[in-house]
Design a protein around this ligand. Structure first.
Ligand code: 5GP
Length: 111
């Protein structure tokens, strides 16, 4: 069980700001921007690489949630969505998650 499944199961605390049947979102414990939220499906995908055609509605839903949260958190003037896929790209938790970052100017390219 990953740390994110434990957050879903309320076994460890998190600042949860969104929940529905398919997704949950909470503030990142180590924020990289003034607003740094993780939006995750309840269903476990170890990496983005596991997504299949039948998952398109769920993945689209993550984006719809991101739009709502960006407005709710006051960063809809500019924000970044990031999915790190596998360790070389910076993934540390093997449960697909979308980072929602904002509240400061974000540089490009990322590190
Ligand atoms: P990744 O590096 O896999 O793309 O992102 C994992 C994210 O999960 C990191 O930004 C990290 O700070 C966050 N994280 C790891 N453990 C916890 C935790 O226990 N609680 C919360 N809220 N975030 C966590």
């Amino acid at each position: 069980m990953t740390i994110f499944e434990k957050i879903i199961a309320r076994e460890i605390p998190a600042k949860i700001i969104w929940e529905d049947d398919d997704t949950i979102a909470f503030h990142d414990v180590n924020p990289q921007a003034p607003v740094h939220v993780l939006i995750i499906p309840r269903q476990v995908f170890a990496t983005h690489d596991e997504i299949k055609e039948e998952d398109r509605e769920l993945l689209g839903h993550l984006h719809v949630v991101a739009v709502k949260l960006a407005k709710q958190l006051g960063i809809d003037n500019g924000y970044r969505l990031v999915v790190n896929c596998k360790e070389p790209a910076g993934q540390t938790v093997p449960h697909l998650h979308m980072h929602l970052l904002g509240g400061r100017d974000l540089r490009w390219p990322p590190g």
